[in-house]
Design a protein around this ligand. Structure first.
Ligand code: GAR
Length: 200
């Protein structure tokens, strides 16, 4: 059974969706740990209540690469096949990128390459796009720049504010992240330039 580490910073609804899909037999994987850089993250309580290995590893005041080494050390005994960032709001340092090259996924609440970074639902509204959505991508050293595994589009309604748009995008996040994880864990894809192409 392939083992995933889920890295979080807050609420953890994407982590919960992954855990639900595993329990329901829709995703063939095992959660090796849920690691939060925020000790107060609600996701840690949820992980504990589900009997999962919940790790609090505070990142406040820690250099990005030093923190990445700490994460590597925490994950080392857990035999992790894939790291899934799920609302993890820190940059991933080089030691972690090197150790898990092309084995780190992130979910981002916009249609990349539009609106990388933070407060992206507000960015989308203010720009006036008629569609936004979410993206699952491999993590590289850039800001939300790695090869795209999966995307889903969501219409932006005239009545939307950042919260209603975020909520509608989140529904799609919960759907596509597990499918993308299954694809990557299954290994039936190749990377052609920037394109992640599913094997026939
Ligand atoms: C999600 O919308 C996720 O896409 C976003 O944070 C939210 C976390 O929600 N991630 C980023 O913006 C990463 N740059 P959750 O904690 O309920 O999964």
């Amino acid at each position: 059974m392939k083992r995933i580490a889920i890295l979080v910073s807050g609420r953890g609804s994407n982590f919960e969706a992954i855990a639900r899909n595993i329990s329901a037999g829709r995703l063939d994987a095992e959660i090796a740990c849920v690691l939060s850089n925020q000790p107060e993250a609600a996701a840690l309580e949820t992980a504990n209540s589900l009997g999962l290995n919940a790790i609090s590893l505070p990142s406040k005041g820690v250099d990005t690469d030093v923190y990445a080494e700490q994460v590597c050390a925490a994950l080392a005994p857990l035999n992790v096949d894939l790291i899934c960032l799920a609302g993890f709001m820190r940059r991933v340092g080089k030691p972690l990128l090197d150790q898990y090259a092309m084995r780190i996924l992130n979910i981002h609440p916009s249609l990349l390459p539009s609106f990388p970074g933070l407060h992206v639902q507000l960015q989308a509204l203010e720009y006036g796009v008629k569609f936004s959505g979410c993206t699952v991508h491999f993590v590289d050293s850039g800001l939300d720049t790695g090869p795209i595994v999966s995307q889903a589009a969501v219409p932006v309604l005239d009545t939307d504010d950042a919260d209603t748009l975020a909520a509608r995008i989140l529904v799609e996040e919960h759907r596509i992240y597990s499918d993308a994880i299954a694809l990557v864990l299954g290994g039936s894809f190749r990377i052609d330039g920037r394109r992640v192409v599913a094997a026939p």
